[in-house]
Design a protein around this ligand. Structure first.
Ligand SMILES: *Cc1c(COP(=O)(O)O)cnc(C)c1O
Length: 409
Protein backbone atom coordinates (compact mmCIF):
# COMPACT_ATOMS: atom_id res chain seq x y z
CA UNK A 1 0.00 0.00 0.00
CA UNK A 2 1.42 3.36 -0.89
CA UNK A 3 2.20 5.73 1.94
CA UNK A 4 -0.44 8.31 2.50
CA UNK A 5 0.43 11.73 1.37
CA UNK A 6 1.42 13.90 4.24
CA UNK A 7 -0.33 16.38 6.34
CA UNK A 8 1.20 17.58 9.58
CA UNK A 9 -0.49 14.83 11.57
CA UNK A 10 2.24 14.38 14.16
CA UNK A 11 2.00 17.85 15.61
CA UNK A 12 4.92 20.05 14.79
CA UNK A 13 7.25 17.48 13.25
CA UNK A 14 8.23 19.01 9.93
CA UNK A 15 10.25 16.04 8.60
CA UNK A 16 7.27 13.71 8.95
CA UNK A 17 5.04 15.89 6.82
CA UNK A 18 5.98 13.72 3.83
CA UNK A 19 4.59 10.19 3.57
CA UNK A 20 8.12 8.82 3.85
CA UNK A 21 10.74 11.49 4.43
CA UNK A 22 14.26 11.10 3.13
CA UNK A 23 15.49 11.33 6.67
CA UNK A 24 14.06 11.51 10.16
CA UNK A 25 15.64 12.06 13.55
CA UNK A 26 14.49 11.11 17.04
CA UNK A 27 15.61 12.25 20.44
CA UNK A 28 14.94 10.36 23.63
CA UNK A 29 14.51 11.48 27.23
CA UNK A 30 18.25 11.06 27.85
CA UNK A 31 19.06 13.45 25.01
CA UNK A 32 16.68 16.03 26.42
CA UNK A 33 18.16 15.61 29.91
CA UNK A 34 21.69 16.10 28.54
CA UNK A 35 20.64 19.39 26.99
CA UNK A 36 18.74 20.42 30.10
CA UNK A 37 21.80 19.79 32.30
CA UNK A 38 23.78 22.25 30.17
CA UNK A 39 21.05 24.86 30.40
CA UNK A 40 20.97 24.48 34.16
CA UNK A 41 24.76 24.65 34.44
CA UNK A 42 24.75 28.18 33.05
CA UNK A 43 27.86 27.55 30.92
CA UNK A 44 26.94 27.53 27.26
CA UNK A 45 30.03 27.87 25.12
CA UNK A 46 32.99 25.57 24.50
CA UNK A 47 33.95 24.14 27.89
CA UNK A 48 33.91 20.87 29.85
CA UNK A 49 31.23 19.12 27.74
CA UNK A 50 33.14 19.90 24.59
CA UNK A 51 36.36 18.56 26.13
CA UNK A 52 34.53 15.42 27.19
CA UNK A 53 33.03 14.86 23.76
CA UNK A 54 36.40 15.37 22.08
CA UNK A 55 38.03 12.74 24.31
CA UNK A 56 35.17 10.36 23.65
CA UNK A 57 35.29 10.87 19.87
CA UNK A 58 39.09 10.53 19.69
CA UNK A 59 38.85 7.23 21.58
CA UNK A 60 35.99 6.04 19.40
CA UNK A 61 37.88 6.86 16.22
CA UNK A 62 41.26 5.69 17.47
CA UNK A 63 43.08 8.98 16.83
CA UNK A 64 45.25 11.15 19.08
CA UNK A 65 43.23 14.35 18.70
CA UNK A 66 39.65 15.40 18.06
CA UNK A 67 38.89 19.12 17.77
CA UNK A 68 35.18 19.95 17.79
CA UNK A 69 34.10 22.92 15.67
CA UNK A 70 30.96 24.66 14.47
CA UNK A 71 30.48 22.66 11.25
CA UNK A 72 31.99 20.09 8.92
CA UNK A 73 32.78 22.92 6.54
CA UNK A 74 34.79 24.67 9.28
CA UNK A 75 36.66 21.40 9.93
CA UNK A 76 37.51 21.13 6.21
CA UNK A 77 38.67 24.74 6.11
CA UNK A 78 40.97 24.22 9.11
CA UNK A 79 42.23 20.92 7.63
CA UNK A 80 43.21 22.58 4.35
CA UNK A 81 44.82 25.52 6.17
CA UNK A 82 46.75 23.07 8.33
CA UNK A 83 47.85 21.32 5.14
CA UNK A 84 49.36 24.64 4.10
CA UNK A 85 46.95 25.35 1.25
CA UNK A 86 47.19 28.93 0.03
CA UNK A 87 46.95 30.97 -3.16
CA UNK A 88 48.34 29.14 -6.16
CA UNK A 89 47.95 25.70 -4.61
CA UNK A 90 45.78 22.98 -6.12
CA UNK A 91 43.76 20.41 -4.20
CA UNK A 92 42.29 17.47 -6.07
CA UNK A 93 38.71 16.73 -4.97
CA UNK A 94 36.03 14.44 -6.42
CA UNK A 95 33.40 16.06 -8.66
CA UNK A 96 30.68 14.10 -6.84
CA UNK A 97 30.56 15.49 -3.33
CA UNK A 98 28.85 18.19 -1.33
CA UNK A 99 30.09 21.59 -2.51
CA UNK A 100 31.68 22.27 0.91
CA UNK A 101 34.62 20.01 -0.01
CA UNK A 102 35.60 22.29 -2.89
CA UNK A 103 34.50 25.56 -1.26
CA UNK A 104 36.83 24.97 1.69
CA UNK A 105 39.79 24.83 -0.71
CA UNK A 106 38.72 28.18 -2.14
CA UNK A 107 38.43 29.74 1.36
CA UNK A 108 42.20 29.19 1.60
CA UNK A 109 42.79 30.85 -1.76
CA UNK A 110 43.56 27.49 -3.34
CA UNK A 111 42.04 25.96 -6.48
CA UNK A 112 39.99 22.80 -6.32
CA UNK A 113 40.78 20.47 -9.22
CA UNK A 114 37.86 18.17 -9.97
CA UNK A 115 38.67 14.48 -10.42
CA UNK A 116 36.35 11.74 -11.60
CA UNK A 117 34.76 9.07 -9.42
CA UNK A 118 35.12 5.31 -9.92
CA UNK A 119 31.90 4.67 -11.88
CA UNK A 120 28.35 3.43 -11.46
CA UNK A 121 29.51 0.89 -8.87
CA UNK A 122 31.64 3.29 -6.82
CA UNK A 123 31.27 7.02 -6.17
CA UNK A 124 34.66 7.42 -4.49
CA UNK A 125 37.47 9.41 -6.14
CA UNK A 126 39.34 7.41 -8.79
CA UNK A 127 43.07 7.13 -8.11
CA UNK A 128 43.99 6.78 -11.82
CA UNK A 129 42.20 10.05 -12.56
CA UNK A 130 43.84 11.76 -9.57
CA UNK A 131 47.17 10.73 -11.08
CA UNK A 132 46.26 12.32 -14.42
CA UNK A 133 45.44 15.61 -12.69
CA UNK A 134 48.61 15.96 -10.64
CA UNK A 135 50.57 19.11 -11.47
CA UNK A 136 53.54 20.92 -9.96
CA UNK A 137 50.99 22.95 -7.96
CA UNK A 138 49.16 19.97 -6.43
CA UNK A 139 49.49 20.22 -2.70
CA UNK A 140 46.74 17.94 -1.43
CA UNK A 141 44.13 15.36 -2.35
CA UNK A 142 40.80 15.17 -0.54
CA UNK A 143 39.14 11.76 -0.26
CA UNK A 144 35.39 11.82 0.37
CA UNK A 145 33.95 8.62 1.81
CA UNK A 146 30.76 8.86 -0.20
CA UNK A 147 27.66 7.64 1.62
CA UNK A 148 29.86 6.14 4.34
CA UNK A 149 31.68 3.86 1.88
CA UNK A 150 35.47 4.05 1.92
CA UNK A 151 37.23 5.88 -0.89
CA UNK A 152 40.35 3.91 -1.97
CA UNK A 153 42.09 5.18 1.15
CA UNK A 154 44.96 2.73 1.40
CA UNK A 155 45.95 3.40 -2.20
CA UNK A 156 45.63 7.14 -1.66
CA UNK A 157 47.82 7.07 1.46
CA UNK A 158 50.53 5.34 -0.56
CA UNK A 159 50.01 7.49 -3.67
CA UNK A 160 50.18 10.77 -1.73
CA UNK A 161 53.02 9.57 0.50
CA UNK A 162 55.22 8.74 -2.50
CA UNK A 163 54.67 12.19 -3.99
CA UNK A 164 54.87 14.32 -0.86
CA UNK A 165 51.22 15.37 -1.25
CA UNK A 166 48.96 15.84 1.76
CA UNK A 167 45.91 13.59 2.09
CA UNK A 168 42.82 15.08 3.76
CA UNK A 169 39.66 13.06 4.39
CA UNK A 170 36.16 14.44 4.13
CA UNK A 171 34.59 11.97 6.54
CA UNK A 172 31.28 13.85 6.84
CA UNK A 173 29.36 10.69 5.88
CA UNK A 174 31.47 8.06 7.53
CA UNK A 175 31.74 8.04 11.32
CA UNK A 176 32.61 4.54 12.52
CA UNK A 177 33.07 3.17 8.97
CA UNK A 178 36.19 1.24 7.95
CA UNK A 179 38.16 0.41 4.81
CA UNK A 180 38.54 -3.08 3.29
CA UNK A 181 41.05 -5.24 5.16
CA UNK A 182 41.48 -2.88 8.08
CA UNK A 183 39.76 -2.15 11.34
CA UNK A 184 41.12 1.40 11.33
CA UNK A 185 38.24 3.84 11.12
CA UNK A 186 37.84 6.27 8.23
CA UNK A 187 38.78 9.85 9.02
CA UNK A 188 41.95 8.73 10.80
CA UNK A 189 44.05 7.90 7.73
CA UNK A 190 45.03 11.26 6.30
CA UNK A 191 46.76 14.27 7.84
CA UNK A 192 43.29 15.29 9.04
CA UNK A 193 39.73 14.02 8.77
CA UNK A 194 36.69 16.31 8.77
CA UNK A 195 33.40 15.12 10.29
CA UNK A 196 30.00 16.80 10.13
CA UNK A 197 27.22 16.67 12.72
CA UNK A 198 24.67 18.43 10.50
CA UNK A 199 21.13 17.34 11.31
CA UNK A 200 20.77 14.60 8.69
CA UNK A 201 24.18 13.02 9.26
CA UNK A 202 24.79 9.67 10.98
CA UNK A 203 25.81 11.42 14.22
CA UNK A 204 24.05 14.75 14.44
CA UNK A 205 23.27 17.69 16.68
CA UNK A 206 21.90 20.25 14.21
CA UNK A 207 25.08 22.03 13.23
CA UNK A 208 28.57 20.93 14.23
CA UNK A 209 31.77 19.37 13.03
CA UNK A 210 35.09 17.93 14.13
CA UNK A 211 38.65 17.71 12.90
CA UNK A 212 40.40 14.42 13.72
CA UNK A 213 44.15 14.02 13.46
CA UNK A 214 47.12 12.07 14.75
CA UNK A 215 49.39 15.05 14.16
CA UNK A 216 50.07 17.13 17.28
CA UNK A 217 50.81 20.33 15.39
CA UNK A 218 47.70 20.06 13.20
CA UNK A 219 45.62 19.61 16.35
CA UNK A 220 47.25 22.60 18.05
CA UNK A 221 46.71 24.70 14.92
CA UNK A 222 43.02 23.74 14.71
CA UNK A 223 42.44 24.39 18.44
CA UNK A 224 44.01 27.79 18.11
CA UNK A 225 42.30 28.84 14.86
CA UNK A 226 38.81 27.78 15.89
CA UNK A 227 38.86 30.67 18.36
CA UNK A 228 40.72 33.58 16.73
CA UNK A 229 44.19 32.18 17.50
CA UNK A 230 43.81 33.37 21.07
CA UNK A 231 46.24 31.89 23.57
CA UNK A 232 43.48 31.17 26.09
CA UNK A 233 39.75 30.60 25.96
CA UNK A 234 36.96 31.92 28.16
CA UNK A 235 36.73 28.56 29.95
CA UNK A 236 40.46 28.76 30.84
CA UNK A 237 40.01 32.27 32.16
CA UNK A 238 36.83 31.31 34.02
CA UNK A 239 38.81 28.61 35.82
CA UNK A 240 41.57 31.07 36.61
CA UNK A 241 44.04 29.31 34.32
CA UNK A 242 44.78 32.54 32.50
CA UNK A 243 44.27 36.22 33.18
CA UNK A 244 44.62 37.53 29.66
CA UNK A 245 45.50 36.38 26.19
CA UNK A 246 47.56 37.12 23.14
CA UNK A 247 46.39 36.71 19.53
CA UNK A 248 49.07 34.87 17.59
CA UNK A 249 47.53 34.44 14.14
CA UNK A 250 44.46 34.99 12.00
CA UNK A 251 41.80 32.66 13.35
CA UNK A 252 38.04 32.35 13.16
CA UNK A 253 35.01 31.82 15.32
CA UNK A 254 34.53 28.11 14.62
CA UNK A 255 33.62 27.26 18.20
CA UNK A 256 30.95 24.73 19.09
CA UNK A 257 28.72 25.21 22.13
CA UNK A 258 28.11 23.04 25.17
CA UNK A 259 24.51 22.23 24.25
CA UNK A 260 25.57 20.56 21.04
CA UNK A 261 28.61 18.90 22.59
CA UNK A 262 26.42 17.42 25.32
CA UNK A 263 23.99 16.10 22.73
CA UNK A 264 26.83 14.57 20.71
CA UNK A 265 28.36 12.97 23.83
CA UNK A 266 25.05 11.47 24.71
CA UNK A 267 24.41 10.17 21.16
CA UNK A 268 27.86 8.89 20.21
CA UNK A 269 27.62 5.61 22.16
CA UNK A 270 24.43 4.78 20.25
CA UNK A 271 25.75 5.17 16.73
CA UNK A 272 27.03 1.61 16.32
CA UNK A 273 23.52 0.32 17.03
CA UNK A 274 22.05 2.93 14.66
CA UNK A 275 24.49 1.91 11.93
CA UNK A 276 23.57 -1.76 12.41
CA UNK A 277 19.94 -0.80 11.78
CA UNK A 278 20.95 1.19 8.73
CA UNK A 279 22.90 -1.78 7.37
CA UNK A 280 19.95 -4.09 7.86
CA UNK A 281 17.66 -1.70 5.99
CA UNK A 282 20.22 -1.30 3.21
CA UNK A 283 20.43 -5.12 2.94
CA UNK A 284 16.66 -5.30 2.46
CA UNK A 285 16.72 -2.50 -0.10
CA UNK A 286 19.46 -4.22 -2.07
CA UNK A 287 17.65 -7.54 -2.08
CA UNK A 288 14.35 -5.99 -3.16
CA UNK A 289 15.94 -3.72 -5.75
CA UNK A 290 17.81 -6.59 -7.37
CA UNK A 291 14.38 -7.84 -8.51
CA UNK A 292 13.44 -4.52 -10.14
CA UNK A 293 14.70 -3.95 -13.66
CA UNK A 294 15.93 -0.55 -14.68
CA UNK A 295 17.74 0.28 -11.45
CA UNK A 296 21.11 -0.52 -9.99
CA UNK A 297 23.03 0.29 -6.84
CA UNK A 298 26.70 0.91 -6.14
CA UNK A 299 28.99 -1.05 -3.81
CA UNK A 300 28.91 -4.67 -2.69
CA UNK A 301 27.29 -6.41 0.28
CA UNK A 302 30.68 -6.58 2.04
CA UNK A 303 31.13 -2.86 1.43
CA UNK A 304 27.81 -2.36 3.22
CA UNK A 305 29.12 -4.29 6.24
CA UNK A 306 31.96 -1.75 6.62
CA UNK A 307 29.94 1.36 5.73
CA UNK A 308 28.16 3.77 8.06
CA UNK A 309 25.31 3.63 5.51
CA UNK A 310 24.58 7.35 5.66
CA UNK A 311 22.35 7.15 2.59
CA UNK A 312 20.80 4.60 0.22
CA UNK A 313 22.08 5.56 -3.24
CA UNK A 314 20.62 3.93 -6.35
CA UNK A 315 20.97 4.59 -10.07
CA UNK A 316 18.51 4.38 -12.94
CA UNK A 317 19.72 2.73 -16.12
CA UNK A 318 18.02 5.35 -18.26
CA UNK A 319 19.05 8.92 -17.28
CA UNK A 320 16.03 10.50 -18.97
CA UNK A 321 13.58 8.90 -16.50
CA UNK A 322 15.32 10.00 -13.30
CA UNK A 323 13.65 13.36 -12.68
CA UNK A 324 10.20 12.15 -13.70
CA UNK A 325 10.58 9.11 -11.46
CA UNK A 326 11.40 11.38 -8.53
CA UNK A 327 8.33 13.54 -9.21
CA UNK A 328 6.04 10.52 -9.39
CA UNK A 329 7.45 9.07 -6.17
CA UNK A 330 6.90 12.38 -4.42
CA UNK A 331 3.56 13.47 -5.86
CA UNK A 332 1.81 10.16 -6.07
CA UNK A 333 3.35 8.25 -3.17
CA UNK A 334 4.65 10.94 -0.83
CA UNK A 335 8.13 9.45 -0.95
CA UNK A 336 10.92 11.98 -0.73
CA UNK A 337 14.14 11.36 -2.64
CA UNK A 338 17.25 13.39 -3.27
CA UNK A 339 20.23 13.55 -5.62
CA UNK A 340 23.61 13.15 -3.96
CA UNK A 341 25.16 14.85 -5.77
CA UNK A 342 24.95 17.06 -8.80
CA UNK A 343 28.46 17.27 -10.24
CA UNK A 344 30.31 20.30 -8.86
CA UNK A 345 31.43 20.98 -12.44
CA UNK A 346 27.83 21.93 -13.30
CA UNK A 347 27.39 24.64 -10.65
CA UNK A 348 27.50 28.24 -11.93
CA UNK A 349 30.07 29.16 -9.30
CA UNK A 350 32.31 26.39 -10.64
CA UNK A 351 31.86 26.97 -14.34
CA UNK A 352 35.15 26.69 -16.16
CA UNK A 353 36.75 24.52 -13.48
CA UNK A 354 36.28 21.25 -15.34
CA UNK A 355 39.35 20.09 -17.23
CA UNK A 356 39.01 17.09 -19.53
CA UNK A 357 36.43 14.37 -19.04
CA UNK A 358 34.51 13.61 -15.86
CA UNK A 359 32.51 10.87 -17.55
CA UNK A 360 31.70 8.78 -14.47
CA UNK A 361 30.74 11.85 -12.44
CA UNK A 362 28.52 13.16 -15.23
CA UNK A 363 26.74 9.83 -15.48
CA UNK A 364 26.37 9.58 -11.69
CA UNK A 365 24.94 13.10 -11.54
CA UNK A 366 22.35 12.21 -14.19
CA UNK A 367 21.34 8.75 -12.92
CA UNK A 368 21.71 8.81 -9.15
CA UNK A 369 18.92 9.17 -6.62
CA UNK A 370 18.85 8.64 -2.91
CA UNK A 371 16.05 6.72 -1.18
CA UNK A 372 14.77 7.37 2.36
CA UNK A 373 16.94 5.84 5.08
CA UNK A 374 17.04 6.35 8.84
CA UNK A 375 17.58 3.91 11.71
CA UNK A 376 13.99 3.76 12.96
CA UNK A 377 12.46 3.40 9.47
CA UNK A 378 9.64 0.85 9.70
CA UNK A 379 9.15 -2.15 7.45
CA UNK A 380 5.96 -0.55 6.15
CA UNK A 381 7.76 2.67 5.31
CA UNK A 382 10.50 0.80 3.49
CA UNK A 383 7.96 -1.26 1.57
CA UNK A 384 6.15 1.95 0.61
CA UNK A 385 9.38 3.31 -0.84
CA UNK A 386 10.02 0.12 -2.83
CA UNK A 387 6.44 0.06 -4.13
CA UNK A 388 6.68 3.73 -5.09
CA UNK A 389 9.90 3.05 -6.96
CA UNK A 390 8.47 0.06 -8.79
CA UNK A 391 5.28 1.85 -9.78
CA UNK A 392 7.17 5.01 -10.62
CA UNK A 393 9.45 3.15 -12.99
CA UNK A 394 6.46 1.49 -14.65
CA UNK A 395 4.79 4.87 -15.05
CA UNK A 396 7.86 6.45 -16.62
CA UNK A 397 8.29 3.47 -18.94
CA UNK A 398 4.67 3.39 -20.01
CA UNK A 399 4.90 7.05 -20.94
CA UNK A 400 2.47 7.77 -18.17
CA UNK A 401 3.72 10.97 -16.68
CA UNK A 402 3.06 13.23 -13.79
CA UNK A 403 -0.01 14.73 -15.41
CA UNK A 404 -2.07 11.57 -15.49
CA UNK A 405 -1.14 10.93 -11.87
CA UNK A 406 -2.06 14.41 -10.87
CA UNK A 407 -5.41 13.95 -12.58
CA UNK A 408 -6.01 10.69 -10.78
CA UNK A 409 -5.31 12.30 -7.45
C1 LIG B 1 27.63 17.64 5.15
C2 LIG B 1 28.88 17.62 4.37
C3 LIG B 1 29.89 18.57 4.54
C4 LIG B 1 29.72 19.83 5.33
O1 LIG B 1 29.34 19.67 6.61
P1 LIG B 1 28.52 20.85 7.36
O2 LIG B 1 28.52 20.39 8.78
O3 LIG B 1 27.17 20.90 6.74
O4 LIG B 1 29.29 22.10 7.17
C5 LIG B 1 31.07 18.40 3.86
N1 LIG B 1 31.25 17.38 3.02
C6 LIG B 1 30.30 16.46 2.80
C7 LIG B 1 30.58 15.33 1.86
C8 LIG B 1 29.07 16.56 3.46
O5 LIG B 1 28.10 15.67 3.20
Amino acid sequence: MPATRGSLSSGDNVARAMGVPLFDIRFDEGDREAVDRVLRSGWLTMGPRTEEFEEQFAAHLGVRHAVAVSSGTAALHLAFLAAGIGPGDEVIVPAITFVATANAVRYCGGSPVLADVGGQHDFGIEVADVERRISSRTKAVCAVHYGGYAAPIEELVEFCGERGIVLVEDAAHSPSATAPGSSRKLGGWGLAGAFSFFSNKVLSCGEGGLLATNDDSVAAFARSCRSHAMTSGTWDRHRGHAQTYDVVGLGFNYRIDEIRSALLSRRLPGIEADIEKRRRLVGIYREELSRISGVGFPYSDTDVSRSSCYIMPITVNEPSVRDRLRSVMRDRFGVQTSVLYPSIANFSAYSGTQVGSLAHSDLAARTQLTLPLFPHMSGAQQQAVIDALRHGLEATRGGEGENSFLQSN
